[in-house]
Design a binder for this molecule. Structure first.
Ligand code: AGP
Length: 611
């Protein structure tokens, strides 16, 4: 994780770097720092905590110069502290080099031992610091900055993205990518580096993505790139598509709240990409496999994206008869999976940069399985490496807790299930039309669900007092229960677990007492009677219950729940998408009551680019 930026140009570098870091803060916010070069001297400012602390420090201790690098950190090696914050540079008044790093140097212990034996004094606990000392050693042996970096890279193991600043050359930045995403920008009078296009959009109009193993030399208006084998390569510069992207909160107090309320639009946009509203049929580009021959497919993802895939499994198997396995990406990577009859893989990821999902996707490619990426970033590594990429139209999601990315993933996956069913002729045309219609109605139903905001804000006061909470669902509502519990955990820090309703009697029921809030997702229809019985089991043990259903379901349950929320009645296909919204609002309001940091919860980062 971590976000890195670099800039050199005619303008003062500090505001440029800070704006870039502001856009990257979603990647980590344990500490932040800048190094700039002024009159041949590298100076640094680093602070523990959020970027705001660095900005405050820079007011009293400003940094000048027209070249520099910056970093926002998500700690892997070494606790969050000023000493461990990046940029790293050899201690002393006039460092020759400074570096910022995203990723992990796996052999840093051996390198540290080697350098310490030669007299190096380290001032941090990080894996990164070995890099600056290796580069400095090469510079002192007479190497040019490029040679020093090239030599150092041969010593490093692991996955990383790096940006270097050199005291000897104010018109030079060097960037290297091995395993972690990195892009560069080049304009006539400037050059820049960023972990993602959002950061670069504040600094440049033209960007190029570095490929695996690339080393980039950047000067004002100039960009030279060497590929993994050291040969000179061309990386196409493209106009920045997201330069106008607004990443402000607008009228909203938090990004998460803004993103929750953007869902009717985001889902609508996604539907427009994948459903023809006139003909009511799904419209997809050709899949990299013949749908008619498909017997088995596999979805891989992490966290919330995994729950989207887990929901889609119910749809795909019911509508198409294709065996649809779902696996947590980090688990698939390290087991001997039997995949011989798997004809298609879906790799689901908002960022398209999650390391575990990327590595799972690469493993599937090695096994010869065609891969479809479902991403929210068209230029992401996962999108570029897949056989086909399908874009959710959520727009930038900044809050760490995934909201609109989740519901747009579900929307896209529902459309995908329809197209597979159509190609395989496993559903009647009329049924397909009905499903498409229910999806088209979804944005309006989501608007209605958002009207529950005030009521949820009130009952969140009671939920926020709890130490633990349970979420129950059945069928497609089971993954939504898991997602609801994840939302509550990650932003309010209340311990929560999701269960399939039928599992309660096999153990978790023992947890229920009058202190334990139990959230039950119980839309009327198919499985209502089953989940209602599970809810009765909870009430019989004195549990406090939040029942979420439609008017019909609430009437059938007869006023026995402690709290209720009424959603519009929708067909089974769209229930999981609709029921995700009150889960998000409940977590949001519980977090507000508890005073936690909603957009940047402790210990987490938005994009997890380490294992
Ligand atoms: C959920 O709120 C989290 N942000 C997290 O579980 C996230 O969904 C997971 O890290 C996967 O991220 P991705 O979709 O970018 O791959």
């Amino acid at each position: 994780m971590c976000g890195i930026v670099g800039y050199l140009g005619g303008e003062s570098v500090t505001p440029k770097l800070l704006e870039g870091l502001r856009r990257l803060e979603y990647r980590g916010y344990d500490s932040a720092g800048l190094a700039t070069l002024e009159d041949g001297v590298i100076a640094r400012r680093r602070t523990e905590g959020k970027l705001e602390n660095l900005i405050t420090r820079l007011r009293s201790e400003p940094l000048g110069g027209v070249a520099g690098i910056g970093h926002t950190r998500w700690a892997t090696h070494g606790r969050p502290s000023e000493e461990n914050a990046h940029p790293h540079a050899p201690a002393g008044a006039t460092p020759e080099v400074a570096v910022v790093h995203n990723g992990i140097i796996e052999n840093y212990k051996e390198l540290r031992t080697e350098l310490a034996a030669a007299g190096t004094k380290f001032s941090s606990e990080t894996d990164t610091e070995v890099i600056v000392f290796l580069v400095q050693r090469e510079l002192q042996r007479g190497a040019t900055p490029l040679e020093a970096v090239q030599q150092t890279l041969t010593r490093l193991e692991g996955a990383f993205a790096l940006a270097f600043l050199f005291a000897a050359d104010e018109n030079l930045l060097i960037a290297a990518r091995r395993g972690s995403p990195l892009a560069v920008g080049v304009d006539t009078e400037s050059a820049s580096i960023g972990s993602d296009v959002l950061a670069l959009a504040s600094m440049t109009q033209k960007i190029a993505y570095l490929e695996e193993g690339d080393l980039a030399i950047l000067r004002r208006g100039e960009f030279v790139c060497y590929g993994a084998n050291g040969e000179s390569v061309t990386r196409e510069l493209k106009s920045v598509s997201q330069s106008n992207v607004q990443i402000g909160k607008g009228e909203y107090r938090h990004f998460m709240r803004k993103e929750i309320f953007e869902q009717p639009t985001a889902v609508g946009e996604t539907l427009h990409s994948f459903l023809d509203p006139a003909r009511l049929v799904a419209t997809f580009p050709d899949l990299p496999t013949n749908a008619k021959d498909l017997r088995r497919m596999l979805s891989v993802a992490c966290g919330t994206a995994f729950y989207a895939a887990a929901t889609a499994r119910y749809w795909i198997e019911a509508m198409t008869g294709i065996v649809s396995d779902v696996e947590i990406a980090s688990e698939l990577r390290y087991r001997k999976a039997a995949l011989d009859d798997c004809g298609l893989a879906l790799c689901v990821s908002q960022s398209g940069e999650t390391m575990d999902t990327l590595e799972a996707s690469r493993l599937l490619a090695q096994r010869g399985i065609p891969r479809v990426a479902i991403v929210n970033n068209a230029d992401s590594t996962l999108a570029r490496e897949s056989d086909l990429s399908l874009l959710t139209r959520a727009g930038p999601e900044i809050g760490v807790a995934s909201t609109k990315a989740f519901t747009t993933q579900l929307t896209l996956l529902a459309c995908l299930a329809l197209t597979l069913a159509e190609k395989r002729q496993t559903l009647e045309t009329e049924t397909l039309r009905r499903y498409a219609e229910s999806l088209m109605e979804l944005p309006s139903r989501l608007f209605e669900a958002l009207e529950l905001d005030k009521k949820i804000a009130q009952l969140a006061h009671d939920i926020a007092e709890a130490q633990h909470a349970l979420y129950l669902g059945r069928g497609t509502l089971f993954p939504i229960a898991l997602e609801g519990a994840l939302k509550l955990k990650e932003i309010s820090y209340i311990h929560a677990e999701g269960y399939a309703g039928g599992e309660m009697k096999h153990g978790p029921l023992a947890l229920v007492d009058e202190e334990m809030p139990v959230v039950v997702l119980a839309p009327s229809g198919g499985l209502f009677a089953k989940i209602a019985s599970n809810a009765e089991e909870v009430l019989a043990r004195g549990g406090r219950m939040l029942l979420i259903s439609d008017a019909e379901g609430l009437a059938a349950f007869g006023g026995k729940a402690t709290w209720t929320l009424e959603l519009p009645k929708v067909p089974e296909l769209t229930q999981p998408i609709l029921y995700a919204l009150p889960m998000q609002l409940l977590a949001y309001h519980a977090a507000l009551v508890r005073g936690t940091d909603v957009d940047q919860p402790r210990n987490l980062a938005k994009s997890v680019t380490v294992e």
